[in-house]
Design a protein around this ligand. Structure first.
Ligand SMILES: Cc1cc2nc3c(=O)[nH]c(=O)nc-3n(C[C@H](O)[C@H](O)[C@H](O)COP(=O)(O)OP(=O)(O)OC[C@H]3O[C@@H](n4cnc5c(N)ncnc54)[C@H](O)[C@@H]3O)c2cc1C
Length: 293
């Protein structure tokens, strides 16, 4: 199935994002959680590509296992960091051999300690170039790209950031998956602005239920997501009670996703952090266990 088709005619496409675990025990646990998430019939499961290609083999191994065990279409993330065009082609060839269905095409972040992204010699500078390379040489792969409702941290202004998003879509991306956000209004404004510039592919909100206070600062510094003050305070108020924090985070995510559904989003992408409990609690509350066709 074409990637964009999961998100057509009110289907509410669903994807889960995993990351490659560092240990065999982490891998076994991931497969258990992934099995639990299958109850919600995801359309696609994706796996991130570690900074600088540090997880290259592991990313492919995880998507291979997920596809083999659960029979679900899979997407590998791929970034331009530290790779020449030939190394990117080598990865795409390997992804092809592993029967990966889709690619989440990204530029990647600058290596730790560096402020500016610098491509390697004969590498790529921006995600739109990676999309072009995939479209022209690996046209069978469906392509997702990243979008930023609260603007990418390096962009000088939202308008320029949006034009850059359009470059990725014009280069051949099928869908946009957004950076996580907690303020739906920012997403709706972003969606309106995408409409205005004629960006016609599905925009899929990225959802990460925050289930403990310690995640709050990490998320804000990692991707600049704004968390509502009252929500952060509610988590802080029960910092010693893991169960209550979990419930507060899940309740927030249920309300957030409910509102997004009412505003007719095309689908949802859950950053599950290799665990099933939070996404399952949200999806169960929303009644998503019957397969949508
Ligand atoms: C859904 C999703 C999944 C992700 N998965 C991973 C992952 O697996 N591994 C990982 O390391 N990181 C991942 N990231 C993080 C991502 O790599 C960073 O956000 C990175 O800083 C930007 O990547 P990008 O693909 O959006 O870059 P780009 O689209 O290239 O944009 C980067 C910056 O450059 C500007 N820009 C874009 N194109 C041009 C152009 N042609 N000319 C001038 N300026 C331009 C943009 O406005 C933006 O400020 C993910 C992000 C998202 C939203």
């Amino acid at each position: 199935m074409k990637l964009g088709d999961y998100y057509q005619s009110g289907r509410m496409g669903l994807s889960f994002e995993l990351f490659p675990p560092k240990t065999p025990a982490g891998e076994a646990a991931l497969m258990k959680h992934c099995g639990a998430l299958m109850e919600f019939h995801p359309d696609v499961v994706t796996c991130t590509y570690g900074a600088g290609g540090s997880t290259r083999e592991k990313t492919l191994e995880i998507v291979r296992q997920v596809k083999q065990k659960f029979g679900v279409p899979v997407a590998s993330h791929l970034t331009c960091v530290g790779s020449t065009k030939q190394q990117l082609r080598d990865y795409l060839d390997a992804a092809n051999r592993q029967q990966v269905d889709y690619i989440v095409a990204l530029r990647g972040d600058p290596p730790r300690g560096e402020k500016k992204f610098r491509p390697v010699s004969d590498g790529l500078s921006h995600a739109n170039e990676l999309v072009s390379l995939i479209r022209s040489e690996y046209s069978h792969f469906g392509i997702a790209v990243g979008g930023y409702p609260e603007m990418h941290q390096e962009a000088p202004d939202p308008h320029i950031d949006l034009e850059n998003l359009k470059r990725k879509v014009d280069a051949g991306a099928d869908i946009v998956i957004t950076q996580l956000f907690y303020n739906n209004e920012a997403f709706f404004v972003f969606r309106d602005r995408c409409d205005k510039i004629g960006l016609e592919v599905p925009l899929i909100p990225g959802i990460l239920p925050v289930t403990n206070y310690s995640q709050v600062h990490r998320l804000a510094s990692l991707c600049g997501a704004n968390l509502p003050r009252r929500f952060v305070q509610a988590l802080a108020d029960c910092e010693d009670d893991a169960e209550q924090q979990f419930q507060i985070g899940v309740d927030y995510a249920i309300a957030q996703v409910n509102d997004l559904i009412q505003q007719q989003v095309a689908g949802m992408h859950f950053y599950v952090l290799n665990k099933s409990q939070a996404a399952s609690a949200v999806l169960a509350a929303l009644g998503r266990s019957e397969k949508t066709t």
